[in-house]
Design a binder for this molecule. Structure first.
Ligand code: ZN
Ligand code: FE
Length: 253
């Protein structure tokens, strides 16, 4: 199984992702931040489009569904909540499987940023599309869910193999790094933050990341280790996570 990922900037800080199953030539688009940018990237690549896979209902993830479907005739899969703003052909939830030619994506429930948020994991290629749940050195804001739900979602992603390439939907890494350094002085984080700042200076993307790198340096996944620093020593892990998330929400760096 080989999945080719084509990543490109959309809007101010989103990434668009086109994925192609090389065995069959079938192509999918993960989220639809900007229909015009996605359609022109398809044209550049010389690819048709078979499938849209939405992670959640926000406009910078499902807003291009209608226009792209009209232009390509593709099928749209995603959580039911997408219907709040966009067309959807097949509802998926955690435990479902989505096929693109020979590639199989496991649907992982990752509610918290929105209640119905899902991620897509291709185990054969060790590739995950995580929308606005997990970011490089960060995690999504809790617009709809509670901390215990988001912690469970992040824990599901953290349980994927360390070498899994993680495609997050936004380039937020430099500002995430500034916050991370304010709550965690771990040497691995400091080294990574320096690399992130340098990469962004050069105009390079910091996505994809990997599960192993996030487990080692992401302050949200490391929340249980930072419990004392955020005043939650001895509390359940999700409370330490909630305290780190609250600190980020209040951070002005
Ligand atoms: Zn979102
Ligand atoms: Fe987003």
């Amino acid at each position: 199984m080989t999945l080719t990922v084509r990543q490109f900037p959309c809007l101010s800080d989103n990434y668009g992702f086109l994925v192609r199953d090389e065995a069959s030539g079938k192509t999918a688009c993960v989220d639809t931040p900007d229909a015009g940018a996605i359609l022109s990237e398809l044209e550049k690549a010389g690819w048709g489009l078979d499938l849209i896979m939405n992670t959640h209902w926000h406009g910078d993830h499902a807003g291009g569904n209608a226009e792209i479907q009209k232009a390509t005739g593709c099928t749209i899969v995603g959580p039911a909540e997408v219907r709040r703003i966009a067309p959807l052909d097949r509802e998926v939830r955690g435990g479902d499987m989505v096929e693109l030619g020979a590639t199989r994506f496991q649907v992982i429930e990752t509610g918290g940023h929105t209640l119905g948020h899902v991620a897509y994991f291709d185990a054969a290629d060790a590739i995950a599309f995580v929308g606005d749940t997990l970011f490089a050195l960060g995690c999504g804001r809790l617009f709809e869910g509670k901390p215990d739900q988001m912690w469970a979602s992040l824990s599901r992603l953290a349980a994927l193999p360390d070498d899994t390439r993680v495609y997050c939907a936004h380039e937020y890494t430099a500002s995430n790094a500034r916050f991370a350094l304010s709550v965690d002085q771990d040497p691995a984080l400091k080294a990574r933050a320096a690399e992130v700042f340098a990469a962004r200076e050069r105009g390079e993307a910091t996505v994809p990341t990997t599960i192993g790198l996030e487990k080692a340096t992401n302050p949200f996944l490391r929340a249980p280790l930072l419990a004392a620093a955020v005043g939650k020593a001895g509390a359940p892990d999700y409370e330490a996570f909630a305290a780190v998330r609250a600190a980020k929400d209040a951070f002005r760096g």
